[in-house]
Design a protein around this ligand. Structure first.
Ligand code: SF4
Ligand code: SF4
Length: 419
């Protein structure tokens, strides 16, 4: 059961400073025109206005660093038998306890989206798991929506709790803090704040105000099947992708994009294996060692990105989208490509008969992957198109059940969130 507390701004800052003694605190920091989540020391946690700003980039770096060493290797040659190598491996897996402060509810949901491919299924990622375990998420309920926000299209809301450990809401003279998980409850219990039970109504009123500031809800139905139905419509994807520069900004800023690449560096005997962020919008992402590349044209890359978020992922994970509607890709795209419009065009132009005949991806066993799911989940290629890279994992076939379940932006017609 949730517990509510009230904290004046000074009390909240004082608490954060104390947390900084035991945790790495990631919080918004102004950097020129951008606002980034950065590790903040107690001495830097002084400007409440800065800490409440919406970040330009997502906080996914808290669990998926831009670049990380997966394993260090060191080998020595056997003097008697030079063909023999003795190799030692050191896999530095683990993380320091971390508090993520001030992300928005859409960002907190983004971690739930990432959890499924990283923590479910045959292969759990130990690096991700360790960071996730060490993370406490203190999210801020959005005071108002931006024109680019569409969390309500995809099952979220400006005060959604999913993914957060603590949710705080600005009210007159301070903040109401609500415990969402046990982790959050423990942290709040130890904080010594006054009860906020008598301020709950104010927080709820603020939530309703923020909800009302969102644009009209989506009326799109059957999105995963209809987006899949567009797969072979190359003219459609070419038109939608016309102005795209393949810069990848949309994917690097996104809280749910998860493409990575693996590189080895060092000498023949010593070195390390590194995992780094990558983008499926780059033509190099799918370039295979043989020189073959299944996605040389940018329309194929855009098709993959949109389909992954609105078709493959929902087919794999109970109808949830791999988009939380934060709008960062809309705000920061240099050609102002609006993902809402692409999905809308895809869905509206795919009549039911076409949607029902959608080329659904065939299930395959999931071997070890080198690149993350965006590359790995394109459906079985139509005739004449190259097949997915060896080792790629196909998204499971949409079941009759999931096709039959209409989806309106992640919610059922009754308005309840679908899971
Ligand atoms: S940010 Fe815009 S231009 Fe850049 S890859 Fe994404 S859609 Fe294309
Ligand atoms: S696709 Fe765009 S709107 Fe959706 S979560 Fe990613 S950055 Fe946000």
């Amino acid at each position: 059961m949730s517990t509510f507390y009230f904290a004046a701004p000074d009390a909240l800052l004082g608490w954060l400073k104390k947390l900084a003694a035991d945790y790495r605190v990631l919080a918004p920091r102004r950097e020129g025109r951008s606002v980034m989540f950065r590790p903040r020391t107690a001495d830097e946690l002084t400007d409440m206005d800065e800490l409440l700003r919406r970040a330009t980039a997502s906080p996914k770096g808290a669990v998926i660093p831009h670049s990380e060493t997966l394993v260090r290797f060191s080998s020595t040659k056997d003097a008697e038998n030079p063909a023999r190598l003795d190799t030692t491996l050191d896999a530095p897996c683990g993380d320091v306890p971390t508090v993520l402060f001030g992300c928005r509810p859409c960002d907190a949901r983004g971690f739930v989206v990432l959890d499924r491919p990283y923590l479910e299924g045959r292969f759990k990622d130990p690096y991700y798991a360790a960071r996730r375990e060490a993370l406490v998420i203190i999210a801020q309920a959005c005071p108002t929506a931006f024109s680019t926000c569409f969390c309500h299209w995809v099952g979220g809301s400006p005060a959604g709790r999913e993914g957060s450990d603590i949710l705080f809401t600005a009210v007159d003279g301070g903040f109401v803090l609500e415990s969402v998980t046990e982790k959050g409850a423990k942290l709040l219990e130890a904080a010594g704040f006054a009860s906020g039970e008598d301020r709950r109504n104010e927080a709820e009123a603020a939530h309703r105000k923020a909800e009302a500031s969102l644009g009209a809800p989506s009326t799109l139905e059957n999105i995963p099947a209809r987006v899949a139905a567009r797969f072979r419509d190359e003219a459609f994807w070419i038109k939608e992708t016309e102005k795209c520069l393949s810069c990848g900004a949309c994917t690097y800023l996104c809280p749910t994009c998860q493409c990575f690449t693996i590189t080895d560096e060092g000498s023949q005997l010593d070195g390390r294996r590194i995992r780094s962020w990558d983008t499926c919008m780059s033509p190099l992402f799918t370039l295979e060692t043989s020189g073959h590349n299944p996605r040389t044209e940018k329309f194929k890359r855009m098709r993959n990105r949109i389909s992954h978020k609105f078709s493959y992922y929902p087919q794999s994970y109970d109808g949830e989208y791999s988009c939380v509607g934060c709008g960062r890709c809309v705000v920061s795209c240099p050609i102002s490509l609006d993902i809402r419009q692409v999905v809308k065009h895809a869905v509206e132009g795919a009549p039911e008969a076409v949607a029902e005949a959608a080329p659904v991806p065939a299930p395959k066993p999931a071997p070890a992957r080198v690149k993350a799911s965006s590359a790995a989940s394109e459906p079985a290629s139509p005739a004449g198109e190259p097949k997915a890279a060896p080792g790629a994992e196909a998204a499971p076939k949409a079941s009759a059940k999931s096709e039959a379940r209409p989806r309106t932006g992640g919610k059922s017609k009754s308005g309840k969130k679908s899971r």
